[in-house]
Design a protein around this ligand. Sequence first.
Ligand code: NAD
Ligand code: 6OD
Length: 494
Amino acid sequence: MPSEVHPYPFTGRQLPCLVGGEFVRQGRTFENINPVNGAAVCTVTEADDALVERAVQAARAALRGPWARLSMPERCALLRKVAQCIEQRFAEFVSAEIADTGKTLQQASSLDIPRGAANFRAYADFALARGSECFEMGTPDGRGALNYSVHKPVGVVAIIAPWNLPFLLMTWKVAPALACGNAVVAKPSEETPSSAALLAEVMQEAGVPPGVFNLVHGFGAGSTGEALVRHPDVNAIAFTGESATGAAIMRSAADSVKALSFELGGKNAAVVFADADFETAVSGTMRSVFSNCGQVCLCSERVYVERPIFERFVEALSARARALKIGGPYEGADLGPLISRAHREKVLSYYRLAREEHGEIVCGGGVPAFGDERDRGAFIEPTIVRGLAEGSRCVKEEIFGPVCHVAPFDSEEQAVQLANDTRYGLAAAVWTSNLQRAHRVARQLEVGIAWVNDWYLRDLRTPFGGVKLSGIGREGGAHSLGFFSEPMNICVKL
Ligand code: NAD
Ligand code: 6OD
């Protein structure tokens, strides 16, 4: 953790877009609001259609410039330089991420920002280690031929990121896109523009050629995001966000048949068997429900517990939830605010709905009162609900807040059936000390990622993504390199 708090790097400044190596402040602006106290953090340049056009054309031009002539090792060296520059300005990144999200200093400095730097290093490693296919073949004249594949960039890639882990998720896509030689136009969420603005500065410092990384700020539908995903000169879109937004982007992208990689929403289950190590399962479930105030796509919103330990588990989980300290980022709190008042209204509407749907609120269910400026923020109580019918909206719809529903199950088959009874399919956590059951249950789950006896344990080489409404495709390691490159076969008659 940084030894001192760095001041927010953009105080009193208007966040610019970065287009073709030039920082641009023009046209309309919008305010960036701190969810801790509702105060304006800075103003942000909103890229209009013309600026999006310039960004896409700058990216296209970069694909014909010096960037295209760099060797893979040279590109990877640049990615490492970017990682190094992020680390040099680590405290600024932490403070930027915190100003936009209100997340805890602990989380920003141990997860969000280190993972941003790690993403660049990891994809430099993966890209360098990637080989290509080679197939010898026979020919009628007996001379034979040799096929080998080369990986070309896809072209101009639009990267659209959400607000929950802004820097981690932006760099998770920018790093492999650049490693594969593409040029990027990135749009962070309108709620969290600051760490991306610092990334733009770092790209310049590291010597990434103009136009290779372009940054446009703005909103989604009817604004910058839509202009970008509709643009005919964008070849591929890597998007993380809500499933409904993914559907809208798919429609916008359809006319020009763009390649899509989607990491979308979830309604993830945790399945706790009676044979699990009780303390480990309770602590792990606390993490999986309440991390980042429940705003991680992988968070468990449905917790199924085997009946013999159900009451004890609910009691232990709710005692721990009640003890969570809610507060600002620099107060040593466990739980920061939600991203905005608007999002809090959405989560609170589910707290109300849970009561209307005859659920019992075991703990939480409301808004904390501080008696100071934090009352103007977006804080909310961690909440546990029980007794809802499986078909109720609170059990079916993604809430994206610090809340879960707990329900008992009586058999392994029922646990699997309950966990799979959802239109989403991102992640699951299974808690058991029975090794055979662990493997058997994990592979029956209709998700892209299942953790056994842990949650959000990441190896960046592994496939990451979801099934059903939770996404299209996989990212991570070779999967990201696959999405961000076009393989081409060269057949040489010998
Ligand atoms: P969101 O879908 O509202 O917005 C994400 C981004 O898309 C923002 O930058 C937004 O401006 C942009 N956008 C919105 N409408 C658009 C449009 N029509 N065209 C182009 N761009 C558009 O998501 P959010 O509220 O920022 O993030 C929370 C959601 O993201 C949750 O559903 C969560 O589960 C999901 N998520 C999924 C993953 C994953 O890996 N599967 C990771 C993080 C978040
Ligand atoms: O850790 C990652 O690589 C990743 N993509 C996490 C996504 C978290 C969703 O909120």
